[in-house]
Design a binder for this molecule. Structure first.
Ligand code: GDP
Ligand code: MN
Length: 409
């Protein structure tokens, strides 16, 4: 049924459409962090430990009995194919491989630029008889969280969706009632998960759903979910990503949020708690409120410019924060002009003006800066900027046209 496969494709697109391109709304956890999180909810995961030191890797492998899997902890798909996952029978071999792997750049189809391996996970090797796919994620089309299942695990789920969409089963999670055992059982049967695995899978899926909700996750994915020859179910791999907007509730992951960013300026922004997305152009943009920033991007485009970033300074910003935002934008060497577009509500325009002036002073800004400030304390703000290098503008449109003209002059 083509209708059905299209629906799958959209959910999968959302699932796999990685951090890039969206407004940085999710934080990906490494496999070892994902497994730690899930095991707190009772999901079975192989014993293991993470390190950045080859000697320690060999020691961990020895403690686990030598029969281990060594796995690069990089936030990209297809690690197996990229040579970042290998099985060993002795701690010595595992240690040798660890030495070669740490510091190496892994490149995969999904990530042609590649990523450098900093940490590795050494885990007890799972004896795998069958591999399944299980995920919990938001299905925007269904307007619901869903459990997604397939008996075809261990491979790229996008490939499964292309070649055999019928093998992927989706179970909606009712926002009021949650998910019932019988619904999970129906889904497991429909997905042709072997009968002997189903009771354990019901338990595991309920725990995955609980973890997904309580961790404010955007996605929990187990691929492969392994079945051992003696019929035990265990998560051989795990990927969890958390909604950035909920990070204040998860102080333990907040610290690693910067680490999961793919761009160095975005990494610094995450560290400073600033909503910044690098867009690759040359006109820097600061606004307050996501909507106003989006409008500013449009205006820059309409004026023939190319936005360098999306940056929302946030409500009630103080001078210090505004300065920090300008500083961040100036880390991008391509930036030739800066547009500051503020509509003061809670934010006071005089505070913004003080921040701009402080930045101008301390950063020795030589590029043209155009500011359109309106709203609370706008008069005071404009008075502070009068007679400085900052070019004033009455409207957003005028500001965009001015900054583009000055930057490309
Ligand atoms: P990914 O390529 O980034 O998804 O990394 P995975 O952790 O899923 O590993 C890739 C593949 O390696 C899996 O699909 C398995 O086939 C295999 N693999 C990973 N861990 C184990 C393990 O403990 N035992 C066995 N036998 N195979 C494993
Ligand atoms: Mn995997």
């Amino acid at each position: 049924m083509p209708e059905r496969s299209r629906e799958h494709a959209s959910a999968l697109g959302f699932l796999i459409g990685s951090g890039q391109g969206n407004l940085g709304t999710r934080m990906k956890l490494h496999e070892y962090q994902s497994k730690e999180l899930l095991s707190r909810f009772g999901v079975p995961v192989p014993a293991g430990d993470v390190t950045n030191d080859p000697a320690e890797a060999a020691e961990i492998a020895r403690k686990l009995g030598g029969k281990v899997v060594v796995k690069a902890q990089v936030l990209m798909g297809g690690r197996g194919k990229a040579g970042g996952v290998k099985l060993f029978n002795t701690a010595e071999e595992a240690g040798e491989f660890a030495k070669a792997l740490i510091g190496k750049r892994l490149v995969s189809n999904q990530n042609p630029d590649g990523m450098v391996v900093e940490k590795i996970l050494i885990a007890e090797q799972v004896d795998i008889a069958k591999e399944f796919y299980v995920a919990v994620l938001l299905d925007r089309a269904a307007q619901r969280n869903i459990v997604m299942l397939s008996a075809k695990g261990g491979m790229d789920i996008e490939e499964v969706a292309e070649t055999d969409p019928e093998s992927i089963v989706k179970i909606p999670i009712d926002p009021a009632w949650g998910i019932a055992d019988f619904e999970i059982r129906e889904g497991l049967a429909e997905a042709n998960i072997p009968i002997e695995a189903r009771s354990q899978m019901v338990t595991m899926i309920k725990r995955l759903v609980k973890a997904y909700i309580e961790a404010d996750a955007e996605m929990v994915e187990i691929n492969p979910c392994a079945m051992t020859p003696d019929g035990k179910i265990i998560a051989a791999d795990a990927k969890v990503s958390i909604d950035d907007n909920a990070l204040f509730r998860h102080a333990d992951y907040k610290a690693t949020s910067a680490e999961s960013a793919e761009d160095p300026i975005e990494e610094e922004a995450a560290r400073r708690g600033i909503a910044y997305v690098r867009l690759g152009g040359d006109i820097g943009i600061i606004g307050n409120g996501a909507g106003l920033v989006m409008c500013s991007l449009d205006e820059i485009n309409a004026a023939g410019g190319n936005p360098a970033d999306f940056l929302d300074v946030g409500g009630g910003a103080q001078a210090e924060r505004v300065k920090s935002c300008v500083e961040l934008i100036m880390m991008d060497p391509n930036v030739k002009g800066l547009l500051i577009n503020i509509f003061g509500g809670i934010t006071r325009c005089d505070e913004v003006a003080k921040g701009i002036l402080a930045a101008l002073d301390e950063l020795n800004l030589t590029i043209p800066v155009v500011a359109r400030i309106e709203g609370t304390a706008a008069e005071e703000g404009r008075a502070l900027l009068a007679g400085t290098k900052i070019v004033p503008a009455q409207t957003m449109q005028e500001a965009a046209e001015k900054v583009v003209k000055l930057a490309y002059a």
